[in-house]
Design a protein around this ligand. Structure first.
Ligand code: PBG
Length: 646
């Protein structure tokens, strides 16, 4: 961009005049950014700090490519040119690039160009391309359809999470790794001496590579550091860099605009003694020390706060400093009192008779009523994510007064349980809700007397039959959730009488009549009029929970559950601490707890991912060893990816 008069690159008046900017991408991907920077008056230095490497184990990608060719995926989502290259190479290894039945969505123009150059057709691309969020926004929802995402090891969960909440069944496969490259010594010197005043980081690996070069020795604290997105920012900060700004959108233009805004107040000045003074300039001093300003001309300025402090008595400094243990992510990890593991989590799932397509639930975004077929696929996905077990609920087409479909071996819950036993049986723990409310035409958890009251003892007989049917279908554990007196003993004796000695009872020990079951009513198309206050506990009763739990244990419960979870953490803590409770303790984070967080997050009022993790950590902290949650799969993936809990 040398101007016609030959006055050099950094014309005065332009926003980045006098700034030398380090661009950390591979040269073939840096041209657009370099042009924008130079148009704004900067000089640039391109030093790639990342390299792209294949995964350590290519087998999963190759398997995915073979599945693509077998037509197993409805969609492929491509979020970088590297993903295109890795996928195409795997398709070639697997026998060819023709993918007639599969549609392709790409994140932006660069990726689209790479895909087309490789002979792939592009079906969806955002108008304003660039970010996973924009891609997710323009991708039409097709619940139950399958998506393959060939990913980098650094990829954020934004896209898969968004697609799952649109009802897609998403398979992520590691396609390539982004690795940091050491910064050349010459560049390190340029950064330390201020010859390079700003650096733009476009990936977490580049941030780590830069930090490794400049943080240990110090001396680059005046460097202006810009990041393209928040994962890169987080990586930079975790590695000890001070990030000056993050681009408002994931594009080169936004990155340059962010840099212009960040340096607006920082007038450039010549490097003293530099051989290239006059063309290479250094930014003015920034981040002044808080009290004494010795950088400015004349005697040091003593600020009023400093004077007060000098004249006062010596400060009685605290000797106890708990903040020491919060200083770095690594220390916080080491001292974490509560840990969460994928195996702690159980996924409740809904299967509905005679559906032809899965149906997303309005009040529980991301949760589906499954067909038998989509249930199997989603169960495989859940098992692959490493969760501890599945809790199945069935929704029949036909309902009657006694809930006949619950005990019919061909009823939806029983056949779906048998499907799961065949599909994933040995690999996870299969549980089912043992309760009649999904099956009765009045929607109560038991059968009714002539006067319309819930008949405890007549219900126990139905529960016994239901326990036998579920056990025969292959359930490992039955979840007695109806809150009838004596239900655990009744079901245990029926199971034992039939020789089903290995079928266990997951007893809803303390279960409250809660308004937070609201969205569940949509999930099971509940027919209930009225409420369940004659059998479920009233919310204010804490000691009563101990009585309910003690009875269930005496009757033969193998595990004990408290439900709901978040409004009943005191009850959960009581049960978990009770020395008489020697069976595992679980809590059920129910439909309304899920819906509240999803709804607030959808409005932008809370950070969804943090709120989800905090809610689950709090349930574990209160004493649950096992947590039932509709987020089980996405949280398991985040935990496996090494995400911190705090
Ligand atoms: C009873 C049952 C219910 C839930 C689980 N088992 C509904 C109820 O007791 O009214 C609620 C689960 C949730 O809200 O997520 N079959």
């Amino acid at each position: 961009m040398t101007d016609p008069a030959g006055r050099g690159r950094s014309g005065p008046g332009r926003p980045l005049a006098g700034w030398r900017v380090l661009v950390t991408r591979p040269a073939d991907r840096a041209t657009g950014l370099v042009a924008l920077l130079e148009a704004a008056g900067a000089t640039t230095e391109v030093v790639p700090l990342i390299g792209i490497e294949p995964p350590d184990d290519p087998a999963p990608l190759d398997r995915a490519a073979a599945q693509v060719q077998a037509g197993r995926f409805d969609w492929i989502g491509l979020t970088s040119v590297h993903a295109v290259a890795a996928l195409v190479a795997a398709l070639d290894r697997a026998g060819g690039r023709t993918v007639p039945a599969t549609r392709i969505a790409v994140v932006g123009a660069g990726t689209a160009a790479a895909a087309r150059a490789a002979g792939l057709r592009v079906d969806v691309m955002p108008d304003r391309g660039g970010s996973a969020a924009e891609l997710a926004a323009c991708w039409p929802a097709e619940p139950g359809r399958t998506v393959l995402l060939p990913r980098s090891d650094q990829a954020a969960p934004t896209l898969p999470d968004a697609l799952r909440s649109k009802g897609f069944i998403v398979t992520e496969v590691l396609a390539y790794r982004t690795v940091g490259r050491p910064v050349p010594p010459r560049t390190v010197r340029a950064l330390r001496t201020g010859r390079v005043g700003a650096v733009l980081l476009a990936s977490p690996s580049a941030a780590q590579a830069l930090a490794a070069a400049v943080v240990p020795g110090g001396g680059a604290d005046e460097l202006v550091v810009g990041t393209i997105g928040s994962p890169t920012r987080a990586a930079a900060e975790a590695a000890g860099l001070t990030v000056t700004f993050t681009a408002a959108a994931p594009s080169d233009a936004a990155l340059v605009a962010g840099l212009c805004a960040a340096v607006r107040d920082l007038a450039p000045r010549p490097v003293r003694g530099s051989s290239v003074a006059g063309t290479t300039l250094e930014p003015a001093a920034r981040r002044r020390p808080p009290a004494l300003d010795q950088d400015s001309a004349g005697p040091p300025v003593i600020h009023p706060t400093a004077r007060t402090r000098q004249e006062a008595e010596p400060m009685p400094y605290p000797t106890e400093r708990p903040r020491r243990l919060r200083r770095t992510p690594a220390i916080r990890r080491l001292v974490a009192e509560t840990r969460l593991h994928p195996r702690d989590l159980v996924l409740p799932m809904f299967v509905k008779e005679s559906l032809t397509e899965p149906v997303p639930l309005q009040s529980m975004p991301g949760v589906l009523q499954h067909t038998r077929e989509s249930l199997r696929r989603a169960a495989v996905e859940a098992v692959e994510a490493g969760i501890g077990g599945l809790m199945l609920f069935g929704i029949p087409t036909h309902r009657d007064a006694v809930g006949s479909a619950a005990t019919d071996p061909d009823g939806i819950l029983n056949v779906a349980m048998a499907d799961l036993r065949a599909e994933v049986g040995a690999e996870t723990v299969l549980m089912a809700d043992l309760c009649l409310d999904e099956f009765t035409d009045h929607g109560h958890c038991g059968v009714l007397t002539a006067s319309g009251a819930v008949d405890n003892d007549a219900t126990l007989v139905r529960y016994q039959d239901m326990g036998l049917a579920l056990s025969a279908a292959g359930a490992d554990l039955v979840g007695t959730s109806g809150m009838m007196d004596g239900q655990v003993a009744a079901v245990r004796s029926a199971l034992d009488g039939a020789g089903a000695l290995d079928t266990g009872i997951f007893a809803y020990g303390a279960k409250y009549a809660s308004a937070f079951y609201g969205p569940f009513r949509e999930a099971v198309d509940s027919a209930l009029q009225g409420d369940r206050r004659t059998y479920q506990q009233q919310p204010g009763n804490r000691r009563e929970a101990a009585r309910e739990v003690a009875l269930d244990i005496a009757e033969g419960a193998d595990l004990i559950m408290v439900k709901p979870a978040m409004s009943y953490l005191d009850v959960l803590a009581d049960v978990a601490r009770d020395p008489a409770v020697t069976v595992p303790v679980a809590a059920y984070q129910i439909s309304g707890e899920y819906a509240m967080i999803e709804a607030a997050a959808a409005n932008g009022w809370i950070d969804r991912d943090r709120a989800v993790m905090e809610s689950l950590v709090s349930i574990k902290r209160a004493g649950a060893q096992i947590v039932l949650t509709y987020w089980a799969v996405s949280v398991a993936r985040r935990l496996t990816a090494g995400e911190d809990l705090g």
